[in-house]
Design a protein around this ligand. Structure first.
Ligand SMILES: Nc1nc2c(c(=O)[nH]1)N[C@H]1C(S)=C(S)[C@@H](COP(=O)(O)O)O[C@H]1N2
Ligand SMILES: [Mo]
Length: 300
């Protein structure tokens, strides 16, 4: 399987070389003898993509366990104890268990991935994550052949999370992916931003990042990952089934019932910045084949 890593950039590539390849792609390109061609197409696709500042990424957040305001997570998430931390991996796996963050980090190789993040509320930013592929962690646990979906759960700590006193969502926050989405090489678990440990407001110590889906799929502060044979419930779908589907792929042609999804506001763009057109799959069209034959206007 050849991966084009279309929107998978390193900070060094963007800022120093003006090229738009990550290390893996460079290696893959050398192997295939096609590096020049890859650079050309990539630069065209990615012109102008630059990460948001650390300040922007860590001060404008959605993390309702700490309040529904954009500044609430930065203000309140320090209260979350992230060490020690362990993640339970269970369900349809050969090697279930409770894995400490030290265990996990010792086994996974962390790399940089610069991804667009498109919130369903029609704003976006570009984040230089550090993380590893979810597939590598699932392989470590040994996914059984009967598994079809992956369910994720955020920590629920009422004494540390002031927002969970309000029943805006049915806590704990839960999310899910189809197994092929979870195994896709673009799907990562992030442990850092700009080479620093991921701040609590962004989902420390371990959060999912699925760049072709609306931001709410990228569940924060994960304590449990369960392999199942049935589609798991997801928090926003439970809260508003007519507004938030299980798939929630970024799609400029399917409006939210209460607003357009055709364009987006870039965080940090300034008051007079023009809205950008939203891209199908948030620009990551290499995932399109995962949805062959599916009606994307109905499976929102
Ligand atoms: N547990 C949990 N995860 C969550 C959320 C949340 O409220 N709780 N918000 C989601 C939404 S709506 C978005 S847009 C992203 C925002 O990630 P960021 O704050 O790191 O930009 O996190 C997602 N993950
Ligand atoms: Mo969001």
């Amino acid at each position: 399987m050849a991966h084009r890593w279309k929107n998978d950039l390193t900070h060094a590539d963007v800022t120093q070389k003006g090229l738009f390849l990550n290390r893996r792609q460079i290696i893959a390109g050398l192997g295939a003898g096609s590096i020049l061609g890859a650079i050309g197409s990539r630069a065209m696709a990615q012109e102008g993509l630059e990460p948001n500042s650390y300040e922007e990424i860590t001060s404008y957040n959605n993390y309702y366990e700490f309040g529904t305001g954009k500044e609430d997570p930065a203000r309140h998430a320090d209260a979350l104890t992230t060490s020690p931390w362990s993640v339970k991996i269970d369900g349809l796996v050969d090697r279930p268990g409770d894995f400490s963050m030290e265990d996990i980090l010792g086994k996974m190789s962390v790399e940089e991935r610069i991804y667009r993040l498109r919130c369903v509320e029609a704003w976006s930013m570009v984040v230089p994550w550090n993380g590893f592929e979810l597939a590598d962690l699932l392989d470590m646990a040994g996914v059984q052949s009967s598994a079809r979906y992956v369910a994720f759960e955020t920590a629920l700590r009422p004494e540390e999370m002031p927002g969970v006193a309000y029943k805006v969502l049915d806590w704990p926050y839960v999310e899910g992916l189809r197994l092929d989405e979870a195994m896709h090489p673009l799907t990562i678990l992030a442990t850092g931003i700009y080479g620093k440990p991921i701040p609590n407001q962004n989902g420390a110590p371990l959060r999912l990042v699925v760049p072709w889906k609306y931001g709410f799929k990228s569940i924060k502060s994960i304590v449990r990952i369960t392999l199942t044979d049935t589609q798991p419930p997801t928090s926003w779908n439970k809260a508003g089934p007519g507004e938030y589907g299980f798939y929630s792929n970024v799609n400029p042609e399917v409006d939210h019932p209460r607003w357009s999804q055709a364009t987006e506001r870039m965080i940090g763009g300034g008051f007079f910045a023009k809205r950008q057109p939203t891209l199908m799959f948030n620009g990551y069209d290499e995932v399109a084949s995962l949805y062959d034959g599916m009606d994307l206007t109905q499976n929102f």
